[in-house]
Design a protein around this ligand. Structure first.
Ligand SMILES: NC(=O)c1ccc[n+]([C@@H]2O[C@H](COP(=O)([O-])OP(=O)(O)OC[C@H]3O[C@@H](n4cnc5c(N)ncnc54)[C@H](O)[C@@H]3O)[C@@H](O)[C@H]2O)c1
Length: 340
């Protein structure tokens, strides 16, 4: 049993990893400022929680004084490409400087024997790909401050490894999606910018779905992305943690399903699942949006023994829709209690 620090555990991907950590008998401590995460998720998961900000050295100092961590899963970050274009300073502060502070405090608290780190990186570090699919050696030329702030954090881990012996596993997710119905977890970003929840919300009567770009050089003209079920991502984190706890060395892995799926195909899948058209608003493509991003995840399969089990588009959409229905039912039940 290990004591594991989960930064950003109140957010989407981090919260989905927690049930698996607990199932393995690990003690889980979440550190989150709740800026974009949900306190209710943590209550539901029944984990130890320390409220704090990555950019607050004193909060981190207290955290490392209070616990001796065997490993860190570092999810906490800001993750909107568009927002990063408008406020690059914010993204470098949280994603890069925040990671630096976390590593420094961890190092200081452990007499230079820092616990290993599993780091949430992103396919945004690749920028516009020259070749598909993207493997770990593909050129990394990020075009957004978000992607750059993540790549800079990858470099920090690499340099701390060289200088201080820090072991780390970098996991570069492609498009995380889906839900974990058994634990009542799903995607609840605020604001929501992700395709599948927005398509579901459009059917439910929210704003029509912005369909960015219809003349990409792809078979149906819409952008192609690689969707990976959040439960498969969670499994990859558990395997990466096992690898590090067993003394394994630093490594990096791309995590996707390996199948390129167009935005229009996603819209059709949501329509099929909900038996209703998705209202769409056609918008120009966003600057720097690549036509296609697809992962080559064979290294994670070969080295970690990872196998994505539930990343078919049908499964991802079915789970996202079911979770949305679960949430709506809960809201109705709460309202009827209030009105009773
Ligand atoms: N969701 C995706 O498709 C995707 C894809 C690639 C990479 N990622 C990466 O995965 C990680 C998790 O993404 P997510 O979708 O779960 O995001 P999220 O916004 O749902 O979760 C991030 C969590 O970090 C917390 N946080 C943010 N700034 C903080 C700070 N300064 N101090 C403490 N806590 C802070 C938030 O409150 C939130 O709970 C991020 O690092 C993101 O860059 C996500």
């Amino acid at each position: 049993m290990a004591t594991v620090l989960v930064t950003g555990g109140a957010g989407y991907v981090g919260s989905h990893v927690i049930p698996g950590l607990k199932r393995r008998g690990h003690r889980v401590v979440v550190f989150d400022n709740l800026d974009r995460g949900h306190r209710s998720t943590l209550d539901q998961l029944d984990v130890e929680f320390v409220l704090g900000d990555l950019n607050d050295p004193e909060a981190l100092q207290h955290l490392f004084m209070g616990y001796r961590f065997d490993a860190i899963l570092h999810f906490a970050a800001l993750a909107y490409v568009g927002e990063s274009m408008l406020s690059p300073d914010l993204y470098y502060r949280v994603n890069t400087a925040g990671t630096l502070l976390l590593l420094q405090q961890s190092l200081a608290a452990t007499a230079c024997q820092p616990p290993p780190v599993v780091f949430s990186s992103s396919c945004a570090v690749f920028g516009i790909p020259e070749q598909l699919p993207l493997d770990e050696r593909s050129p990394k030329r990020p075009i957004s401050p978000y992607g750059r702030s993540k790549l800079a954090a990858e470099w920090l881990l690499e340099d701390f490894g060289r200088a201080y012996g820090l072991r780390s596993v970098v996991l570069r997710y492609f498009n995380a999606a889906g839900a974990d119905l058994a634990h009542g977890l799903g995607e609840l970003h605020d604001p929501e910018t992700h395709l599948i929840p927005l398509a579901i919300a459009a059917v439910r009567g929210d704003a029509p779905l912005d369909l960015f770009g219809s003349d990409f050089d792809t078979p149906d003209g819409s952008a192609i992305r690689d969707f990976i079920h959040v439960r498969d991502l969670a499994e990859a984190h558990l395997l990466a943690l096992d690898h590090l706890l067993a003394g394994g060395g630093s490594d990096d892995f791309n995590l996707g399903s390996g199948s390129g799926i167009s935005v229009r195909e996603v819209v059709q899948a949501v329509e099929a699942e909900l038996q209703s058209p998705v209202p769409v608003h056609h918008a120009p493509c966003r600057p720097g949006d690549p036509a296609a991003l697809v992962s080559d995840s064979r290294k994670a399969v070969a080295v970690l023994g990872w196998q994505p089990h539930c990343s078919s588009l049908q499964q991802i959409v079915a789970d996202a829709v079911a979770w949305d229905q679960q949430q709506r039912l809960l809201i109705c039940q709460e309202l009827s209690h209030v009105n009773a």
